[in-house]
Design a protein around this ligand. Sequence first.
Ligand SMILES: *Cc1c(COP(=O)(O)O)cnc(C)c1O
Length: 457
Amino acid sequence: MQTIIEPFRIKSVEPIYFNTKEERTVILEKAFYNPFQIPARDVLIDLLTDSGTSAMSSAQWAAIMLGDESYAGSTSFFKFESAVKNIMGFPIVIPTHQGRAAEKILFTILGGKGKYFLSNTLFDTTRANIEFSGAEGIDLLCAAGKLPSVPAPFKGNMDIDALKNKIQELGANNIPMVIMTITNNSGGGQPVSVENIKAASAVCKENKIPFFIDACRFSENAYFIKKREAGYADKTIAEIVAEVFSYADGCTMSAKKDSFANIGGFLAMHDKELATQCRNLLIITEGFTTYGGLAGRDLEAIAVGLYEVMEESYLQYRIRSMEYLTEKLIAAGVPVMQPAGGHAVYLDAKAFLPHIPLHQFPGQALVCALYEEGGIRSVEIGSLMFGKYDADNQFVPAQMELVRLAVPRRVYTQSHIDYVSEVIINVFNNRNEIKGLEITEETPLLRHFTAKLKPVK
Ligand SMILES: *Cc1c(COP(=O)(O)O)cnc(C)c1O
C-alpha cells in the first residue's frame, strides 16, 4: 500500500521542549502521579486529549478575522447556525462554550432524582452532568464492545435488546432521553453503525423517548460507516452524516473535536418547547442566544471547521494514523484495543499489567510509565475515571482498564507517531517493573482530573 500522507503543509510551528527521564521522574512525583497536573511545557508528545488541540487551517484563521462581535444577531452566528443546519439538519441551534455546557443545560432541564438516561456509553462529563442533576446514567454497550482484543466493525453499537428491556424495567416515563455517543469515546473511539442508530431511534420513537446523539466525532463515525457498512461505500460523508442525524431528535456537540476549533460547542434539536427552556438557562449561564459563551470569531472557526472535517482526504489520513500506530503495537505484542478507534489508540492496561490489581489502578500506572519513559502524556479511562465505591465503601472497578492515547487533529507527523510506538514498546518490554498506585486525595465527581496518587510500597 502506498503511504497515505498528511493532506496539508505546515505553515506555522510550535516548539517541543525536551527533558530527560530523570527530570520527568521528579515532575511526575510533583504532579502526584496525575498527568493532568503536569505543565504542558514538560510534555514531549501530548496525547492527553484530542479536545481543543487541533491545528486550525489557514481558512479558519482567515475566518477568525471576520468575527462579528455584536452582542445580538452577529453575522458570525448566522454562518455558524447555517453550517449546523445544513450539515445536521436540525432547525434549532444553540451555541455553548463547550460540549459539557450543552449537557449541563440539557440535563438540568430533563434530569433529577428518579430519572434514567440510557446510552451506548456516556462520556465522563455527560455522566457527571446526569449524576449531578440527581439522575442515573446507564450504559448499554453491545457485547463486542466490551472485548478490547477482539476486532469487530461497530464496537460502539448499543445493545438494542438491552435497551428494550431497560425501558420495560424502568418505565418509559422515567427515561427523559436516550443518548448515542458517536464515536464511542469512552469505549475506545469505536463507531456506531447506521443500522444501530436507526434501530435505537425506532425503539425510542415507539416509547416516545427523545433520542439524542452525542455528536462530538460525527465525521469520523461517518467515515467508518462508509468503509465498513454495507450500502454506504458510494455515499459522500455529507450524505451519511445527514442520514445519521435524520434519526435523531437532537444532539449535543463539542466543537473542540470534529470541528477543529479550540473552543466551542452547541445544542441542536427539533423540539421548540425544549429549546425555549434551554435558551432560558443559556442566557443565565452561557450568554445570549446568538453567542452562548463564545466570541464571534469562535463561531466563524467552527462554521469553517465543520465542513473541513468532512473532507475525505483528511478522514482517510486521520483514521489511517490510528491504524498505523495500532498495527505497530500489535506486531510487538502490546495489548491494544482492536480495531483502531477514530481519534485515539487505546491500550488494554489490564492485559498490559496483569500483576497490578484493579484497585491499584493499572491504567494510571501505565499512563505514568509512558510519561516517565518518553514524555508522552496519555489518559486513564478505567477505574480512576469510572471506578466507584459501593454502599459499604468497597471499591467497584470500571468495565475496562484502558489507557487512551488521543491524537490531536493535524498536529503530529508520522515520525512523532513512530516515536510514540517506540516508547510504548520499550515500556511493554520492561512492564514487570511497573508498580500500582493508591489515591491520597480525591473529589466526589470527575476525580481523575484532580486526584493525587502515590506508588504502592
Ligand atoms: C469531549 C466530549 C464531551 C464534552 O465536551 P467538552 O467540549 O469537553 O465539554 C462530551 N461527549 C464526548 C463524547 C466527548 O468526547
